[in-house]
Design a binder for this molecule. Structure first.
Ligand code: C2O
Length: 541
């Protein structure tokens, strides 16, 4: 095993897109940021120095941080932010993990520009479980705004309403020919006829779930959330924010230029998407060097079937045989709701939302970030910043999906709180995630820190234990689950990683509205089952 060193300077950089220039926060002046490369079981050491006036943390999305919770990165969960002029060195091992990951800022909405890929290769001499591709390429999806994200975040949260849609979508930071002033801002992948390519797809976008396709080519999924899957061939994939997929593509079409496209899956009631999307080129070497391309077809907005088809196809490569007995079962509703107007809310916004502002919650609790890190408070036994009474079930059972907007009036306004759930070390946990909402039923890519989990079942409507079908043989092992819109998903994992772990919707605005909670996993018996001590340079709040 090797140690890989990286130097991350957080700095602003002027970039020009959509015919105008502005400063964005970057790592080392790069957008997207530098790629972190490693091999399974390597140690990764990244010194992050903050040369901006903003608070920063970096999260290594998908890395389970086995016995290294202090380096996980979510602000006020495992660490205080790295303040202006300060630095912090992340130092962790990618224990028994390999595949496509990414890293991103995990404070305010900074991850809108501060993100990059992280590729962990199998150990030397360990082959992929598929034919070696001719080349591998990273395809990282993002969003771009003309205004500063700091401003958009503040204005959105103060308004009580929904955020504006991104002004553009990006592929590897490029907008493509659909957008103004972008004819030279196109990502192009040059391919040789007859060769197979591995694309590492990452959705680093803030608020949008995206379809992805390549004109006239099929995609064979071989990995999801950095775990191998049974090969599954499809025309289109959908990636929620926080999801990664590896796909193989055989360049078996006539020598032409084909489009690789990204477009939103869901319109939502509050987010109006534009009718344009990012385009990149999948260009056969020898095709005419102009900007004419063969367009790709994507599913329509809200095409749930296209999403389900891919989800049904995701199976662990090998048999996994998930445990049958459960020590702890939780039923958690996830959804949007409304809270009473607060003093900072402008009047007109209040009136449009039934006298309230938009919020989001789990079991009716809107998560509020404390002002010191929960992990530190737990470790040092500092009282007062969080409680351990996150409810195991919602306050009442009802028709979560069909009944929600009407029979449930605003007595289901969520409560604000920093409530955690304590899990005993080694317990076998099942969580039923039920989508609901008193204002709108939306999609939620729910992401876990510190763990991957088996997705043993999912479906539409209300979860019904009598009819739910489970796959305990070869379910996918994921860290982000797109709970079907107006549906449910059941996940299982063994709580064998001590620490304080955030679980939240990876749609940034939902997270800001409170769609998250924290698990505290207690120590086991031995030293290798116990929380490590905090590093000396851990930032202070
Ligand atoms: Cu990629 Cu807490 O997130």
């Amino acid at each position: 095993e090797l140690t890989r060193f990286y130097d991350f300077k957080v700095q602003t950089k002027t970039i020009t897109k959509l015919c105008s220039s502005k400063d964005i926060v970057t790592i080392n002046g790069m957008f997207p940021g530098p790629v972190v490369y490693a091999q399974e079981d390597d140690r990764i050491i990244v010194k992050v120095t903050n040369k901006t006036p903003f608070n920063v943390t970096i999260h290594w999305h998908g890395v389970r941080q086995k016995l290294s919770c202090w380096y996980d990165g979510p602000s006020f969960i495992t660490q205080c932010p790295i303040q202006a002029g300060q630095s912090f060195t992340y130092n962790f091992t990618v224990v028994k993990q390999k595949g496509t990951f990414f890293w991103h800022a995990h404070v305010s909405w900074l991850r809108g520009t501060v993100y990059g890929a992280m590729i962990v290769y199998p150990k030397t001499m360990v082959p992929y479980p598929f034919k070696v591709p001719y080349q591998e390429h990273i395809i990282i999806l993002g969003e771009y705004w003309l205004q500063d994200l700091q401003h958009i975040e503040k204005a959105t949260l103060a308004s009580g309403g929904a955020p504006p849609a991104a002004d553009a979508y990006t592929i590897n930071g490029h907008l493509g020919p659909n957008y103004n002033c972008s004819t030279n801002d196109i990502y192009q992948l040059d391919v040789i006829p007859g060769k197979t390519y591995l694309l590492r797809l990452i959705n680093a976008g803030l608020n949008t779930e995206n379809f992805f396709a390549i004109a006239n080519h099929t995609l064979t999924i071989v990995e999801a959330d950095a775990e191998y899957t049974k090969p599954f061939t499809t025309d289109t994939v959908m990636l929620g924010p926080g999801q990664t997929l590896n796909v193989l593509i055989l360049a078996d079409q006539p020598v032409e230029k084909y489009s690789m496209v990204v477009a939103p899956y869901k319109s939502g009631r509050f987010i109006q998407y534009q009718n344009v999307s990012a385009i990149a080129y999948f260009n056969y070497i020898g095709a005419a060097p102009d900007n004419l391309y063969i367009p790709a077809k994507l599913p329509e907005l809200d095409d749930k079937l296209a999403v389900k088809t891919v989800m049904d196809g995701l199976r662990s490569l090998n048999q996994v045989n998930v445990f049958k007995e459960i020590d702890m079962s939780l039923f958690i509703t996830i959804g949007l709701n409304v809270q009473k107007c607060h003093s900072k809310t402008p009047k007109q916004n209040c009136q449009t939302m039934n006298n309230g502002v938009l919020a989001a919650s789990m079991n009716n609790i809107s998560f509020v970030h404390p002002n010191i890190s929960i992990l530190e408070a737990y470790y040092k036994k500092i009282k007062g910043s969080y409680t351990e009474d996150f409810p195991d079930v919602p306050p009442k059972f009802y028709d979560f999906v069909y009944g929600a907007p009407n029979n449930i009036t605003y007595d289901t306004q969520s409560l604000n709180g920093t409530r955690t759930k304590v899990l005993k070390y080694g317990s076998r946990v099942q969580i039923i995630l039920q989508d609901t909402g008193t204002v709108n039923i939306e999609n939620h890519p729910i992401h876990f820190h510190g763990y991957s989990f088996y997705v043993v079942g999912y479906g539409t409507g209300n979860y019904n234990p009598l009819t739910a079908q489970f796959n305990l043989v070869d379910p996918p092992y994921m860290n982000t689950i797109g709970v079907p819109v107006g549906g449910w998903a059941v996940i299982r994992f063994v709580a064998d990683n001590p620490g304080a772990w955030y679980m939240h919707c990876h749609i940034e605005i939902h997270q800001s509205w409170g769609l998250g909670m924290v698990f505290i996993v207690k120590n086991g018996k031995g030293e290798l089952e116990s929380l490590p001590h905090p590093p000396p340079d851990l930032p202070r709040c």
